[in-house]
Ligand binder design. Structure first.
Ligand code: FMN
Length: 422
């Protein structure tokens, strides 16, 4: 497999431990950001490569046509802007990469170039940008547009957008496309040539974009075969355009469920994802948000009707017609967890075995840890992963934490240096 795994942690600046035991009193106190700053310190101490702060700027109304279900399930809201939090995290940590999400459809390029350059300076070269194109028309309406551009057109615009901001970081103003040139960037150049570029394209246009621009890709193909096909797809695109496929690392989203024994972990998993918890509501609201389909319109105790149609994501509707054919939406969603690449559950040793086997098959490059959509992260879960699973990966040589004063991964240096081993 070559290089050690890259490990990141994906999180949103939202209420923590919502409706969960072991919430640590945080559901009421999340807004001061202290939980996330503490979390970043803990990740830094454990040697995790980066924290990635998700963002979207709307309160979705997809499920049920208003905000009620969204606020009950806290899938995407309430949420604060990740950029100020990233600045606080930069001051509290030494080595952790800090990836913030900003949309090419919503930010003027000159604002983005300057904000990312400032974060890179504040963190001494540890900034990364999760490049998204957004998918909610409500977000477009926040900036005075009626709706977003079509999917592939958003990526066509994003290519030009990247030309503009990367030129600005090099001090050049040689662009004459549909965006304004950044004539006077207003802040010094970033510490790194450019912040680490991170992307999550899953479609053809998205993968083309990611292969052209990204240093780091975060993805959720489900199962080892799909993971391998996705990584191969990215690497062959890079090679075809004359690049070195190793210049980009592909990570897979996972939510390991850990226990002292496999049985304990399995019992925990069954409890977490049972109908007795708010799991079902969270899952169906989450699905409505990604697909822009109002799943409340269907009888949730029946299969999705064959003649149901949508102006949203037809492919998701078709998938759920197929999955619920002999059961119901409630059954299919109620007893399953996050949409992740691997179903990881067991003792730290068992989960490390599963991760190792998958990486051997796929070829690399690491994982994006994530404890559920929508603010259900707890300190207890962090400890299980960082003090249980990560040392297990380390003892097998799959992961190397930076050592002060040198070692396999230098304790100082830029985020890009850390990813490339330079
Ligand atoms: C791990 C991961 C994190 C993502 N984070 C965000 C985010 O913070 N904000 C956002 O608007 N979209 C986010 N997305 C959506 C992606 O940017 C992208 O739109 C999605 O993966 C679908 O791919 P496509 O655009 O090629 O169709 C994320 C996707 C993944 C897999």
């Amino acid at each position: 497999m070559g290089k050690p795994l890259t490990l990141g942690w994906f999180v949103n600046y939202m209420p923590t431990g919502w409706n969960r035991p072991f919430h640590g009193g945080q559901p009421a106190a999340w807004q001061d950001g202290q939980f996330y700053v503490d979390m970043a310190r803990t990740l830094d101490r454990a040697g995790i490569d980066f924290i990635m702060l998700e963002d979207s700027s709307v309160v979705p109304e997809n499920y049920g046509g208003d905000m009620t279900a969204e606020f009950m399930a806290t899938v995407k809201s309430p949420k604060h802007d990740p950029l100020p939090l990233a600045a606080a995290i930069a001051q509290a940590t030494d080595r952790l990469g800090i990836v913030t999400t900003m949309s090419t459809s919503l930010y003027p390029p000159e604002r983005l170039a300057r904000l990312q350059a400032s974060l890179d300076e504040l963190s001494n070269g540890r900034a990364g940008w999760n490049i998204v194109t957004s998918f909610e028309d409500l977000a477009a309406q926040n900036v005075g547009l009626e709706k977003l551009w079509e999917h592939d057109e958003r990526y066509a615009r994003a290519h030009e957008y990247l030309d503009v901001v990367t030129s600005a970081w090099q001090g050049a103003v040689d662009h004459d496309g549909r965006f304004n040139q950044v004539v006077s960037p207003g802040s010094p150049m970033p510490v790194q040539d450019r912040p680490v570029l991170c992307q999550a394209g899953g479609s053809k246009a998205g993968m083309d974009f990611a292969a052209e621009w990204a240093d780091l890709i975060v993805s959720v193909p489900v199962g080892v075969e799909a993971m391998k096909a996705y990584r191969d797809g990215i690497r062959s695109r890079i090679a075809e355009s004359g690049g070195d496929p190793d210049r980009c690392r592909v990570l897979y989203m996972v939510t390991p469920i850990l226990g002292e024994t496999d049985e304990e972990a399995q019992a925990k998993r069954a409890r977490m994802y049972s109908d007795a918890t708010d799991n079902y509501l969270r899952r169906i609201v989450q699905l409505s948000n990604i697909s822009e389909i109002d799943f409340s319109k269907f009888d949730e105790d029946e299969p999705v009707p064959e003649d149901a149609t949508t102006n949203g994501a037809q492919s998701i509707l078709d998938t759920f017609k197929r999955l619920t054919k002999d059961s119901s939406l409630r059954e299919v969603l109620g007893n399953s967890g996050e949409s992740t690449s691997l179903d990881l559950c067991g003792s730290p040793a068992t989960v490390a075995d599963q991760m190792e086997a998958a990486m051997e098959e796929v070829g690399g490059d690491g994982f994006l840890l994530f404890h559920g959509g929508g603010g259900i992260i707890t300190r207890r879960y962090l400890d299980e992963v960082l003090d249980g699973l990560v040392p297990e990966l380390e003892s097998r040589g799959l992961f190397e934490r930076p050592v002060r004063g040198g070692g396999p991964v230098a304790a100082s240096g830029t985020f890009r240096g850390r990813l490339t081993g330079a």
